[in-house]
Design a protein around this ligand. Structure first.
Ligand code: PLP
Length: 262
């Protein structure tokens, strides 16, 4: 029996809501074989990130070599990479192993405010990783950081930002509109270099959204690993994350995780 293989290269959230743990749960739900390369350990719960422990470059390289010299992956997702050195290593390895279907979730700041990417790593993210991406999945604050925009407040400005991001090298851009001030809807914009596609869903009023970005990008990765095209992958991922937020969990005392199932 064959099955799509999906790899996440990301940080561990010991609390199980985001990062590697969210990705692997999502891969399982979307029926692909999930693998992981852990870049950073975080000590984390629903109240916040309490510790960040980057793994050595040797450990990260060893994990990537182990996977690509044997199993390979039909699609790869990158999440929390934290430092310039880790980004450079991961980018070099993606080139070395000629990885297709790279989903880059440009993780920068946790919902609780903890930095998940060092400031000095931004240039490596832009110049080394984004050009390798099949698709990038920034939210509005992340898009502003990458582009140096002070704000993105309207759908028209989201389109301008998606187009500017695509010029940095990724094949596709999915700009997530959850941070836009709209009472009723959360609209994501997909730009393929020529046209825009929109994915709208009813806004759900809940604080329990820990790990939504990871889960959404992981669902896209799973669908690409199965051979779906980008529009089908984003459609499935949007439905998946909508259901996950609708069923989000009051686990812990802070921002609870979504339920990684649909
Ligand atoms: N921890 C890790 C390891 C992550 O990769 C991420 C997000 O990408 C987070 C925490 C932040 O999750 P959230 O901002 O959804 O709470």
């Amino acid at each position: 029996m064959t099955i799509g293989k999906a790899l996440t290269i990301a940080g561990s959230d010991c609390g199980g809501g985001a990062g590697i743990q969210a990705d692997l749960k999502t891969f399982q739900e979307r029926d692909v074989f999930g693998m992981s390369v852990i870049t950073v350990l975080t000590a984390q719960n629903t109240l916040g990130v309490h510790g960040v422990f980057p793994q050595t470059l040797e450990a990260i390289e060893g994990q990537m070599d182990a996977i690509f010299q044997d199993m390979g992956a039909n699609a790869v997702k990158t999440g929390m990479l934290f430092s310039e050195e880790i980004i450079n290593l991961v980018a070099d390895k993606l080139v070395q192993y000629e990885v297709k279907n790279v989903v880059v979730d440009p993780v920068m700041i946790a919902k609780g405010g903890a930095p998940l990417l060092q400031k000095q790593a931004m240039n490596a993210l832009k110049t080394k990783l984004l050009p390798l991406a099949t698709v990038i999945t920034p939210n509005i604050p992340e898009a502003c950081e990458i582009l140096g925009f002070s704000s993105i407040d309207t759908l028209e400005e989201m389109k301008d930002a998606a187009s500017a991001l695509q010029k940095l090298g990724p094949r596709f851009v999915v700009l997530k509109g959850g941070h836009l001030e709209d009472e009723n809807e959360a609209i994501d914009v997909l730009f393929d270099g020529e046209s825009f596609h929109y994915f709208a869903a009813k806004r759900i009023k809940t604080i329990h959204t820990h790990g939504t970005g990871c889960t959404f990008a992981a669902a896209i990765t799973a669908e690409l690993a199965k051979g779906q095209d980008i529009r089908a992958a984003v459609t499935t991922a949007k439905n998946f994350i909508q259901a996950a937020i609708e069923q989000s969990l009051c686990i812990g005392k802070g921002i609870g995780p979504t339920r990684h199932s649909a």
